[in-house]
Write a protein that binds this ligand. Structure first.
Ligand code: ZN
Length: 220
């Protein structure tokens, strides 16, 4: 049949497109009957895509590091966007051993990934709050902790209050700025001597950690 041949050719030609796109293409050329067959083959092709497989591997490793803590929805979202994060990581290499992160009147760091060269003896993180809300309403800090411990450390810091910068007494905290509000800025300088690989940075202001997290990578 003319339609079947055409549909299969189209499905093979646009490998990597979503099943919805293929279905749309099939509907457009009037091939309703072979749609289900083609959709199945597209799904299996989609699952075998290298980028998707890499994302799943990363997500698996990340949840293993979290020692039984179930990965949250936004962690899963980060993992599925791993190819985009890789591009961003390349753009965020702090070759001069300093990096500026902006925050505002929402629960977001300006970057979700920072790469620090391992040959930096010291690293300086500048935190700039470009918003208008005061620290007691929309305060932010930047706290560097072992990978996967950000939520627990933020939770433990809640009782310390704004005066205590919402920082718990925890020796695993590598570096931390104070909490700042709109129009303020601060910075922290810390040694990279004992750091290698991936760490988590997080805002410990109550309720922010689930959204305000990123990866700090020390790479040689
Ligand atoms: Zn915050």
């Amino acid at each position: 049949m003319h339609n079947t041949t055409q549909a299969r050719t189209a499905a093979g030609y646009i490998r990597g497109m979503t099943a919805v796109s293929v279905l749309t293409a099939l509907v457009a050329c009037g091939g309703n009957e072979p749609a289900s067959e083609s959709r199945q083959s597209e799904q299996s092709a989609d699952e075998s895509q290298p980028t998707r497989a890499a994302g799943q591997t990363e997500a698996g490793e990340a949840s293993n590091d979290r020692a039984g803590t179930a990965p949250s929805a936004d962690e899963a979202a980060q993992a599925s966007g791993s190819s985009a994060n890789t591009d961003e990581a390349d753009a965020n290499v702090a070759s001069d051993c300093t990096f500026e992160v902006e925050v505002g009147d929402n629960l977001q760091y300006s970057v979700s990934q920072i790469t620090a060269p391992a040959d930096c003896s010291e690293f300086t993180l500048n935190l700039v709050h470009t918003g208008n809300l005061p620290a007691d309403a929309m305060g932010h800090n930047w706290v560097l902790v072992p990978e996967g411990t950000g939520l627990d450390i933020a939770r433990a810091g809640a009782s310390k209050g704004l005066e205590g910068d919402y920082l718990p007494d925890d020796d695993s905290i590598i570096a931390a700025t104070e909490v700042i509000g709109g129009g303020e800025s601060t910075s922290i300088t810390f040694s990279l001597d004992d750091l290698e690989g991936d760490y988590t940075y997080v805002c410990t202001y109550p309720g922010h950690a689930a959204a305000m997290r990123g990866i700090f990578s020390v790479r040689s």
